[in-house]
Structures are given as structure tokens and as C-alpha cells.
Write a protein that binds this ligand. Sequence first.
Ligand code: NAP
Length: 266
Amino acid sequence: MKTTKIIIAGPRGRMGSEAVKLVTQTEHFELTAVVDHKYDGLKLSDLEGFPKLDIPIFTDLEKCLQTIEADVLIDLTTPEVGMAHTRTALKYNVRPVVGTTGFSKEDLDELESLCLDKDLGCIIAPNFAIGAVLMMKFSQMAAKYFSDIEIIEMHHDQKLDAPSGTAVKTAEMISAVRNSKKQGHPNEKETLTGARGAEYEGMHIHSVRLPGLVAHQQVLFGSDGQTLTIRHDSYHRGSFMSGVKLAVETVLMINTFVYGLENILE
Ligand code: NAP
């Protein structure tokens, strides 16, 4: 199997450090550089907790791509940075695999058209955990029979975006099979702002942020005399890495824009 040359943006982060482990421990993957906003010119091995590998650190992706060869960029940073990195990677014909969440619909539309222009593969996945993808698919199945739905997503308290990319993606997938419907009592009134959460086509999304949590979501369905709960829990970030590996392997074989891991699972 041909070796895939990979750059990781955000290597010191909770997800990025797991991705460094994945790439350096996978036989047909090669980490050629990392992009961090600190430590320009140092090597990854100069930082505590990283393998003793001579991987250069760049603070600027564009500069990195002018000197370093890469097939794939894995981005696990923040929404604004991730968006800029994805644009730059496509400009340099490097295929992005993006786990960073918080992109708007306009961002995704822009990236899709950039991919089309460049005829390059790009995978953006708000959740790389296979179990979470199944939770979304099962929720879409259930929504055909239960139209009253509340999504409760729970994450660690350092998460920047709310609701989570997974919650938004779940709501989008459900909306593909459910007619828009205002839920609850027609005269419902919040006595404390935000009590009913965010609204997506009449469904409600609630975001919980607590230390100790990683990434969790339940989708609650209700109808006359019954409820159904579909729940997924990621207890540590290793749970996302089999999805990252699959996305890297897949992005090399496609020339399209893919949003959501479910679109590349068999
Ligand atoms: P994190 O621990 O805060 O890591 C983000 C990293 O990006 C930090 O090391 C940060 O450095 C670095 N960074 C900031 N600006 C940068 C820049 N300009 N260039 C390079 N690196 C930069 O966050 P995380 O928990 O790993 O999550 C990262 C992203 O992945 C978030 O958007 C999160 O929602 C998403 N996520 C996705 C999945 C999935 O399955 N798709 C799962 C979990 C999380 P500093 O710390 O110095 O600022």
C-alpha cells in the first residue's frame, strides 16, 4: 500500500494529539509536518509528551505547504482556523479531513464549491465515532414514526461551539424525513430565556457543558403513551480515531465533498 503523507493542524489539542498517535502508529501513514499557532521552527519532539520524531512545526499552513509534501491535511483546531486551513489545503491540492466543528451552512457551501472547482476530495465529519454515526442513522429511522423530538447533547466545558456539530447534523438528518412541526403547547412561554433550548424546524436542541464529560448525545422521541431514547457516549477521544483513519483512506479515492462520516460508511 502506498504511504499517505499527512499534515496535522492542532497537534497539541485533545483530538490532535490522538491523531498524532494514530498517524505515527499506522504503517501506511506518514506524518510530514504539524501546524500549530505556537512553536514555529521547532520539532514535535521538542514538545513534551510527543514521540521522538523529527516532525517540523509550522505556524502558517501556507508556508508549510510551500515546502512540505502532503496528500492529506487533518484539521482539529477551531472553526475560524479550520475554515482557513481547509481553503488553503484545497488551494495546494491537499485533501482535507476536517473534524473541527462549528462551520456554518455558508462555510460548507463555500468548501463544497471549492472542492468542485479543484476536483478534489474533502471530508468534513462533525463526529468521527462510528457509534455516533449509527446513533444519527437510527434517529433518522425513528423520526419516520415519531415526529416529536428533543436532542440533548452533553460535552466537556472547554467546547467552543454550541450546539455541537453532531446535534446539528442529527437535526438535519431527521429533517430530511420529518415535516417541520412546532412542538410543545402552542401557547408555551419561556419564563427563563433558553429554557426550551435552540429550535431547529420545531425540534429542540439542548446543550449541556460540564467538566468530566467527553462527547455524549441522546435523542428523545415521544408519542402517545411511549418514548424512545437513542443514546451514544464517547468516553475518550480514542473513540474517534477509527473514523479519522477511514476518512483519510477514503478522501484519497474521491473527488467530491463529503459532509458526515455516515456518507462513507458501507
Ligand atoms: P482543543 O483541545 O482545544 O484543541 C484545539 C487545538 O488547536 C489546540 O491545541 C489549539 O492550541 C490549536 N490551535 C488553535 N489555533 C490554531 C492555529 N491557528 N493553528 C494550529 N492550531 C491551532 O480542542 P479539541 O477537543 O481537540 O477539539 C478540536 C476540534 O475538534 C473542535 O472543533 C471540536 O469541536 C472538534 N471535535 C471533533 C470531533 C469529531 O469527531 N469530529 C470530536 C471531538 C472534537 P491552543 O490550545 O494553544 O489554543
